[in-house]
Unconditional design. Sequence first.
Length: 367
Amino acid sequence: MANVTLKNICKDYDKGNRVVSDVSIEIEDKEFVVLVGPSGCGKSTTLRMIAGLEDISAGELFIDEKLVNSIPPKDRDIAMVFQNYALYPHMSVFDNISFGLKIRKFSKEEIIKRVDVAAKILGLEEYLNRKPKELSGGQRQRVALGRAIVRQPKVFLFDEPLSNLDAKLRVQMRTEISKLHKKLEATIVYVTHDQVEAMTMGDRIVVMNKGVVQQVAPPMELYQKPVNKFVAGFIGSPAMNFILGTIVDHDKLFFSSDKGSFAFEIPEIDETRLRNFIGKKVWIGIRPEDMYGASTGVDTSRFAKINVKVDLVEPMGNETFVYFVLDEVQITARISARENPSLQLNSDFAIDLSKVMYFNSESEKRI
């Protein structure tokens, strides 16, 4: 396998429309890196530049220490798995998997050997004589994976490969691709808009927005230490809640929300770094799981207590999502299912102040 290095990669379309700007990423050998972000953020375009399907407008791309900007896709020693499988409907599973090897004039013995290995890894042995129309969506995706595996490339590229599958099958295929990575010890670059996929699969995650890399980090570092408001809001499900307010000094520091319906004393651990923001606007970020119902018996000495009108309750089995408005902002709380009976039209909640994040209202960087 091989490492992949992107140095100041840019992509411009007509009339100076820049869709990828100054992307620099070092992907290590055998690493599973996920590019994630909202639709139109430039993640698929970045992947297609690695594949050679899009020209690079500026910057340098290296695969296995070799500059490949001007090298055509077929000579980059990569294999790409697409969202729509791209299988030949008139060919058997065996012929679909082996097609690329036949084009490259591999011997019949080598083709059979490689297809057999891939089929065993993917559990496709009994389907090799079937046509794609006889397979389920998950099986078709395995065939597309098999076609990539037999190539034995230096780098695997995945472009939203699970988007066409139903929710249950997506979870299953997520697990299978992660296991496949461990078996093959492959270098994988994987694109998705689904942050749950990114968090569960990647060794590291590259968060992109508007063509710019926001942060590159392991999953839990992104979750616990987001560098800015965008990353904090994008990573985590349900999404982080944000409230705008001002840092005020009344002997001790307080956060006071813009609409005046929510305030709390800032914990000592956060005071030092927030003193430079006295009198200034900041965003606070509260994750849904860092709010608790009044019945939980939490130590409220480090919690801000609020009483709110509950708008909607969504039982999810072992947990419950509760929706209410705080300071004219729609808030989501994620609480234990055991608290369901205590929820009333007007309910008390406690916010864990040790988990609150603060963001500069101008730069939106985490303070």
